[in-house]
Design a protein around this ligand. Structure first.
Ligand code: ASP
Length: 359
């Protein structure tokens, strides 16, 4: 593992300045959009001791100014307002950081001088953060997450082009009102649909079944479909409430009821189960979950499969057992929605099923 001193040959910038088009041009030509770039860490800000090392590196050690400095073309796309929000490996993402990030984005987007936001993030939990922001940002201005699979110090690092493309998408008029977007490897995904599907490939994100929203290349942005389910301004969710305790369990051959019983004893408000197939659950675990539901714990059935959806009353008798179906949300996104819904005061499987059918 390399630490901060790794041999990156990238120039530092003055933290108090905007990276912008030549100031003297500003009177003569229309101003470029102003995009806030909020850095949170991740592999995009990772460094290893040697350029051929793309797996043994330290995430989140390169600052936002250095990330911007290696992409001079940014100044032809937008005026950049950089901020270092955090420097974490996103495997260690915490809900308190989600609150900080969402509140900061809401504040920035309420400012008439900011036209959009880009968030640099680790790939590991990017899909969770993106969906959380999709449901809690109160603006129709573009919010675009991006990341990298190779650290900033690597040969053929993918971060710089991903960053340029993310800013390009955030600065584009067509990105407005589409909810939170993820720009990665030339594709534009909806935050609701996108998932990480590879441990190593630079094409690490997909929107299973449904496909990407569009693409970005060489400054051109094209959307090929739009987002149908409500998001951002159209949700009832606000950031800042206390996060309810919701955990995830997985069903598999020979699973016991021990984990579910332990979570109930620990006082969880909700359990999402990553079931087999169409959200089916091993009989032992299903009995434990039914017992949990009868004690008021919300049980949401999702699937561990990675694509498709979970049909209500399909693989389990949801009506009889008091369970909720996650539909096409994977277990990690289902947990985000369940936490927000519980924080907003939703109770009972009927009301919560409506929430899952809506978002
Ligand atoms: N562990 C890293 C992170 O999620 C992985 C990455 O960014 O690709 O922060």
């Amino acid at each position: 593992m390399a630490a901060r001193g790794a041999s990156l040959t990238i120039a530092a910038m003055n933290t108090s300045t905007f990276s912008s088009a030549t100031p003297s041009d500003e009177d003569a030509t229309p101003q470029l959009p102003r995009i806030a770039v909020l850095a949170t860490g991740g592999t995009i800000a990772g460094a290893a001791a040697d350029a051929t090392n793309t797996s043994g590196y330290q995430a989140g050690v390169v600052g936002v100014e250095q990330l911007l400095a290696v992409v001079p073309a940014l100044s032809t796309v937008a005026r950049i307002a950089p901020e270092q929000i955090a420097s974490v490996d996103s495997k260690d993402m915490e809900m308190s950081l989600w609150t900080t990030l969402a509140q900061r984005i809401n504040t920035l987007l309420a400012d008439d001088d900011i036209d959009g936001v880009v968030v640099t993030h680790g790939t590991d939990t990017l899909e969770e953060t993106a969906y959380l922001l999709h449901l809690t940002i109160k603006s129709d201005k573009p919010v675009v997450l991006t990341a990298a699979m190779r650290p900033a110090s690597a040969l053929s690092a993918d971060g710089p082009l991903n960053l340029l493309n993310a800013v390009t998408v955030a600065a584009h008029a067509d990105s407005r009102g589409q909810g939170v977007l993820v720009a990665f490897n030339n594709k534009i995904h909806s935050a609701r649909d996108v998932v990480k599907t590879s441990t190593y490939a630079v094409d690490a994100f997909q929107s299973p079944d449904i496909g990407a929203l569009g693409w970005v290349q060489d400054g051109r942005v094209e959307f090929q479909r739009s987002v149908v389910r409500p998001h951002t301004l159209a949700t009832e969710f606000v950031i800042g409430a206390k996060w309810p305790h919701v955990e995830i369990v997985v069903s598999y051959a020979g699973v016991s009821r021990i984990a579910v019983d332990a979570l109930v004893a620990a006082g969880v408000r909700g359990i999402v189960v990553a079931g087999t197939g169409n959200g089916s659950i091993h009989a032992s675990m299903q009995q434990a979950l039914a017992d949990a539901a009868s004690q008021g714990v919300v049980v949401v059935r999702a699937s561990r499969v990675g694509s498709g959806h979970v049909m209500r009353n399909g693989a389990a008798a949801d009506d009889a057992l008091g369970f909720v179906s996650a539909g096409s949300l994977n277990p990690y996104k289902a947990r985000v929605l369940l936490m927000l819904a519980l924080a907003a005061g939703a109770t009972g499987p009927v009301m919560l099923q409506k929430t899952f059918d809506t978002y």
